[in-house]
Design a protein around this ligand. Structure first.
Ligand code: MN
Length: 722
């Protein structure tokens, strides 16, 4: 895209005649005159009449061969906001489609700034929504921002920096995501100059200085590449590429490279006629200069997320200078520079541009899905940001289906990419046929097989390693809804038990009594009552008391036993960290506000102090069927020996227990104490593990760590620390 000005409506109309019908051009003219009249008397900060701005925006869009409706919307894009003309008025003049587009663009500009992050997040959400209605809206908005960036110098410095930063953080990535490389580069250069004028000038001067020295090398290399293609009879044009200033700056900053390291790399692009020629050119230049191993990338076979296609390779050139080469067809070149805009620019040509269009649509739809799942706009933008800067990897299903994921993705991300249900029920995986942890980062080329178990649920711990927005939002979404249903179930059990101590049961309480209580508490349903109890906001004992009092017909025919602990930790049931109860231990439950039920061992030192509030205690027992792993602390006293920790670890894993934490305290020159946090199934399992440890010769003593007193005796598991 060139920054050439569109002089006036006549020169614009003339350039439009290259691709629009006379009738359509006339409609664009009509929109222009309408806007001119509406903005009459308004000036830009540059001192120009306001209408020059919409005219330039339309000019930018005409370079992309956007249709007449987009150009009309461009002409009218500031009319609603700046002149008080209504959407209805525009609709009656120019039809519904144009009115909707103008409205869409206006809405994107009407954001009130509260905090910077929040404003940005909202900006982004609105854009996603606007894009989903009509992709052309975002094109008009991008062109609008581009012209504003081109004239940003007239703004006061602080406003300039704020707008430039927003451009760099939102508009440039969107242009990139839509494959519009030329526009992205212009956004970056203009923003860089506006935010850091000094750095921009210094790097610019440095580039001009080395350009002279580089020129000779560039020419030599270009001649040798062209001669090579000529010899092999491969038609194509070779273009020397120069890095733009922002990308040099970004590389210096993020990759900590020196200016000369960056400038010592020579980059060329070879553009050819057909896909087949791309691979033949690759072969030819690989025999001209040695390729750098591991640097070849085939984005033709596997295009990037934004539709970008090309072959990339790096060669050792003369004197070992690295040369980066991109090889692509003319069509891919057009796609790489214009991205989604190529859809309009090359409407007549075959399937590649519309392919970009489809990808853009898919992306926008993905954004919307994320938005629905995200709790608030900040959470949403955090997710989108992950999505906007993809450094992709490519992995395969066992059937050879390919999946593209951001770098750092794990098997869990992969599982969610396949389907939300596969993600939520995954329990294990094989990476290239080897069993691997679900948290292991994946690498390109691996085959990943996900093992699922029906009924299995997402683990909150996954949030600490997943890399994709989809996995993150799905897990969070699940946890939110699960917390509710678990609270309800727990509340129900607690209330049932409390009623039993009054000789009553849920069935024996009349529905009138329940309704009365709900009314008194301003609750809407029985489930809401259960939830309140499960969350610890209401005490089951008190609720049972009130219910039985309200109920004249309480019969007491059903008395239930103890509450059974059925599962490993959940959002409303926690195991106290002070005593780490495991199945087989005698236990007792303490109900705390918010945290739900906290399970302690009977002999935990903290329990004695907490006894003061008897109504907060519930008798609990382990469900005999309980499964899962439970953390327990073990202290091992041993003699120093080479490799003793390894021996210890082997003994523990040999007994099928996992070590979660290991720490060593040196007692003297001969003896050490090793504190272990290990996961076991139950007391019997723990006994087996301890026996195994005792069998090690160097070990003198093994004990399970008993609860220590804490200073603040509360039922909150997280404040009962060790
Ligand atoms: Mn504008």
């Amino acid at each position: 895209m060139t920054a050439i000005q569109t002089e006036n409506i006549d020169t614009l109309a003339e350039s439009l005649s290259g691709y629009l019908a006379r009738q359509q051009i006339n409609q664009v003219r009509r929109a222009y005159y309408y806007a001119e009249q509406a903005h009459e008397g308004q000036l830009r900060r540059t001192g120009d009449p306001y209408i020059t701005h919409p005219l330039q925006v339309a000019g930018i869009l005409s370079k992309m061969h956007m249709d007449h409706q987009s150009l009309m919307a461009a002409m009218l894009h500031d009319v609603i906001e700046d002149t008080g003309i209504t959407k209805t008025a525009i609709k009656s003049q120019f039809g519904n489609t144009v009115a909707e587009m103008v409205d869409g663009v206006s809405k994107l500009s009407q954001i009130k700034f509260r905090s910077q992050a929040e404003a940005q997040a909202e900006n982004f959400q609105k854009m996603a929504l606007a894009m989903s209605r009509d992709l052309r809206i975002i094109m008009v908005k991008l062109a609008d921002r581009l012209h504003n960036m081109r004239t940003i110098k007239v703004l006061p410095p602080d406003k300039r920096r704020r707008i430039a930063r927003e451009t760099l953080e939102i508009y440039a990535p969107i242009a990139n995501r839509l494959g519009m490389n030329d526009m992205r580069i212009e956004f970056e250069e203009l923003s860089f100059e506006a935010i850091y004028p000094l750095r921009y000038r210094r790097i610019g001067a440095a580039v001009r200085k080395v350009r002279g020295n580089r020129k000779e090398v560039v020419t030599k290399l270009q001649i040798s590449l062209e001669a090579c293609l000529e010899r092999e009879g491969l038609p194509g044009r070779t273009i020397g590429r120069e890095k733009h200033l922002y990308s040099i700056y970004d590389k210096m900053r993020s990759k900590r490279k020196s200016f000369s390291e960056i400038m010592d790399v020579y980059a060329f692009r070879i553009v050819v006629d057909r896909v087949d020629t791309c691979y033949r050119v690759l072969g030819a230049i690989h025999s001209l200069y040695k390729p750098v191993p591991g640097r070849f990338k085939d984005y033709i076979a596997i295009p990037k997320a934004n539709g970008y296609q090309s072959l990339h390779t790096t060669l050792f050139g003369m004197h070992g200078l690295p040369i980066e080469i991109q090889i692509r067809t003319e069509e891919m070149e057009a796609m790489a520079n214009n991205g989604i805009a190529a859809h309009w620019l090359y409407k007549s040509s075959e399937d590649i541009p519309s392919n970009a269009h489809i990808r853009a649509r898919e992306w926008v739809n993905g954004l919307l899905e994320m938005q629905q799942h995200a709790g608030n706009s900040l959470e949403f933008i955090e997710n989108v940001k992950i999505d906007l800067f993809p450094d992709e990897i490519y992995v395969f299903t066992p059937k050879g289906e390919i999946f593209e994921l951001p770098a750092g993705s794990t098997p869990v991300d992969f599982a969610y990419a396949i389907h939300t249900d596969v993600g939520s029920t995954c329990v294990a995986c094989r990476i290239s046929r080897r069993l691997a942890p679900l948290s292991e980062p994946l690498e390109s080329g691996q085959t990943v097989e996900i093992i699922t178990a029906p009924g299995h649920k997402p683990n909150p711990a996954w949030l600490s390693f997943v890399a994709t927005a989809k996995a993150r939002t799905s897990i969070r979404h699940f946890l939110k809804s699960q917390k509710r249903s678990e609270s309800i179930a727990l509340g129900r059990r607690l209330l049932t038990k409390a009623l039993a101590s009054f000789g009553a049961s849920l069935n024996s309480i009349s529905s009138e009594a329940v309704t009365t209580l709900l009314e008194q508490l301003r609750l809407e349903s029985r489930n809401q009552l259960f939830e309140e109890i499960g969350l610890g906001n209401r005490m089951s004992h008190g609720m049972a008391q009130r219910l039985t009092a309200l109920n004249e017909n309480s019969t007491g025919d059903e008395v239930l036993g103890n509450l059974l602990v059925r599962e490993a930790e959940s959002s409303v049931m926690n195991y106290a960290r002070c005593c780490n109860p495991i199945p087989g231990d005698r236990i007792t439950g303490y109900i705390s506000a918010e945290r739900g039920l906290v399970i302690h061992t009977d002999n935990c030192n903290n329990v004695a102090e907490l006894r003061a509030n008897p109504e907060k205690w519930v008798e609990v027992n382990w469900d005999p069927e309980i499964q899962g792993e439970f953390a327990v602390e073990v202290k091992v006293e041993l003699e120093h020996q080479r490799g003793i920790i390894a021996t210890l670890a082997t003994a523990i894993t040999g007994a099928e227990a996992n070590i979660e934490k290991i720490s060593t305290v040196e007692r003297d020159a001969h003896f050490s104490i090793v504190n272990l946090l290990i996961n076991v199934k139950n007391r019997v399992h723990l006994a087996r593990v301890m026996r195994k440890i005792r069998m090690i010769k160097a070990v003198t003593r093994v004990t399970r760590v008993k609860a220590r007193k804490t200073r603040r005796p509360t039922g909150r598991a997280d404040s009962v620390t060790h």
